[in-house]
Design a protein around this ligand. Structure first.
Ligand code: ADP
Length: 546
């Protein structure tokens, strides 16, 4: 407010100063006119001819302003009383001069105040302007959206994800139902998955289904603004969301704020993250506000964010499998005329996100239009596929052999994990399995078993193809980390070197892999065909081959 008033003052001050400048210039001009000194006789002539417009007494002189200029005469050289009878005397005394000086002084002071204010605005602009700006940013960003465009029925595939979120929708619709029974709802839901799988779309659809306001924020927007502003923005956002509860706060790319503090390179991010934690702890679980975070990097998130009572519900959204891709393709072909086998396109698009599929269909339709064809055909898909694959949105596109390798890799890992007693929901062709393991006490044997899971795919491919592939890159790193932890935190005897542990693990995996090879081959084929297989199916196939 203060700033706005100051800004309003500036034009007023400027106008007043201009008026002073005008007066000043007038006075200067008036008195800077050259005044010619004349004799008493000459003065009397001017007087006689009635040429005088005004007359002043200035010190020892009488000054006459005439049409032809200013003349002054020594005051004792003329008959003053005669002159003063004819013209009312104006005495231009020192005090008049003083007035001019005062006017100049006032003007100069006003000018310097003006300059000071302008410079102050500029120099402390770093403080003032951003406050001004950020106010706007805040005001814009804390306006919620009311989504009704996308409902769950518009999101193709991902039926299991939708199911997991139905309860959240019910809670937002009927918070009292849960309150009455004293049932706690998660305060935060984390949607985890690669870009373009529909995390934002799903969050918006939840708000549409529950008909509640939706506050969209990107994690980056919290930390890109000025010092201290991220935390302030978080505070105001939660305030507004609570005011309008039930409501949804969506934070896209939450990893921009919530990176683990080890990896922090800025105080700003840390203070923003702290504020987020404070806010999430501060509101009761039945406040009616649900925070939905989206990320593709759960591994870099600060563990504080993942602790109970914060983002305690996690929903993994993988790239769509072949059946889901069929639904997505169908969805985007729905309003178009086409003559293509959807199953074929689904097969061609392994590794495509729904967003990439949408782009593919759109590009193909453009291609048909360019060729003046009414019907979209498979050739259109082929013509634009590489452009989508290698264009801006780089997506995985697998050849048949690559598909086979990928299937073997994921199948061997899934079988070994199951065999060693690790639980997970499903194995897929393209994404690593998510092992559900939240034990607090971890034994050395369990760590060694986990290391075996990460190495099993590499060893299986080595045996089968006599080669290693880039698919194992991340797992190899995880394996190395586990071995280092074992050596550092779990080893008592000096005989246990890295080489010894690695060797033992390798021998044991090789034996287990050959014992379970029939199950691995079966699961590998299933993954190649359907791109997805559940934990229970894997367990069943292991039981069958033994
Ligand atoms: P993310 O937040 O995971 O990066 P978005 O929700 O922004 O992904 O998805 C980008 C676009 O991709 C959406 O606007 C939508 O057009 C399309 N899309 C994503 N997922 C789906 C889906 N399951 N069904 C249909 N279209 C989808």
């Amino acid at each position: 407010m203060q700033l706005i008033d100051k800004k309003k003052l500036i034009p007023i001050i400027a106008t007043v100063s201009l008026a002073f400048i005008a007066i000043f210039i007038y006075i200067i001009l008036k008195f800077s006119n050259t005044t010619t000194t004349i004799s008493g006789k000459e003065f009397n002539n001017i007087l006689k001819n009635n040429q005088i417009e005004s007359i002043y007494l200035q010190d020892n002189y009488i000054v006459a302003n005439t049409k032809n200029g200013n003349f002054k005469v020594f005051k004792d050289a003329v008959n003053r009383s005669e002159i003063f009878k004819k013209y009312p005397i104006k005495v231009y005394t020192k005090s008049s001069k003083a007035l001019t000086y005062i006017a100049i002084l006032i003007l100069l002071s006003i000018l310097s105040i003006l300059i000071y204010m302008l410079r102050r605005d500029k120099s402390i602009g770093i403080n003032l302007q951003p406050q001004f700006l950020s106010k706007e940013i805040e005001e814009n960003s804390i306006k919620p959206e009311y989504n009704n465009k996308y409902k769950f029925k518009d999101i193709a595939g991902i039926s299991d994800v939708k199911e997991q979120l139905l309860e959240i929708i019910d809670f937002l619709k009927n918070p009292h139902k849960y309150k009455k029974r004293d049932i706690r709802m998660p305060k935060g839901v984390l949607l985890i998955g690669p870009p373009g799988v529909g995390k934002t779309l799903i969050a918006k659809a939840i708000s549409a289904e529950a008909n509640v306001p939706f506050f969209y924020n990107s994690g980056a927007s919290f930390v890109q603004i000025y010092a201290g502003m991220g935390a302030k923005k978080v505070r105001e956002l939660f305030e507004k969301a609570k005011e309008m509860a039930p409501s949804i706060i969506f934070i896209d790319e939450i990893d921009a704020v919530g990176k683990s503090r080890d990896a922090l390179d800025s105080n700003e991010r840390e203070s923003t993250l702290n504020q987020l934690l404070v806010e999430m702890d501060g509101f009761g679980s039945n406040s009616g506000v649900i925070v939905i975070g989206a990320t593709n990097r759960i591994d870099v998130l600060d563990s504080a964010l993942l602790r109970a009572g914060r983002f305690d519900r996690r929903v993994f959204i993988d790239l769509p499998n072949i059946k889901e891709r069929e639904q997505i393709i169908n969805h985007y072909l729905n309003n178009k005329k086409y003559n293509i086998d959807i199953a074929e396109v689904a097969r061609l698009t392994a590794g495509f996100s729904p967003a990439a599929i949408e782009t593919l269909i759109n590009e193909a339709a453009l291609n048909a239009l360019r060729k003046n064809r009414d019907l979209l055909e498979i050739d259109d898909i082929y013509s634009v596929k590489d452009q989508v694959v290698y264009g801006k949105k780089r997506v995985v596109s697998l050849s048949n052999q690559e598909r086979q390798i990928q299937a073997n890799y994921q199948a061997s890992k899934a079988v070994i994990a199951t065999w060693l007693g690790f639980k997970f929901d499903k194995a897929t062709l393209l994404m690593p399995i998510h092992i559900n393991d939240d034990r607090v006490l971890i034994s050395k044997n369990r760590l060694i078993n986990l290391a075996k899971v990460y190495l099993s795919g590499v060893i299986y491919l080595q045996k089968k193809y006599n080669d290693t592939f880039s698919v194992s890159k991340d797992d190899k790193k995880l394996f190395e980390n586990i071995i280092e932890t074992i050596i550092k935190d779990y080893t008592i005897s000096n005989d246990e070197t890295k080489q010894n542990i690695n060797k033992d693990i390798e021998i044991e995996i090789t034996t287990t892999l050959s014992k379970l090879s029939a199950a691995i081959e079966y699961i590998s084929n299933e993954l190649n065909k359907k791109e997805i297989i559940t934990y229970n199916e894997i367990k069943k196939s292991i039981d069958e081959v033994l």
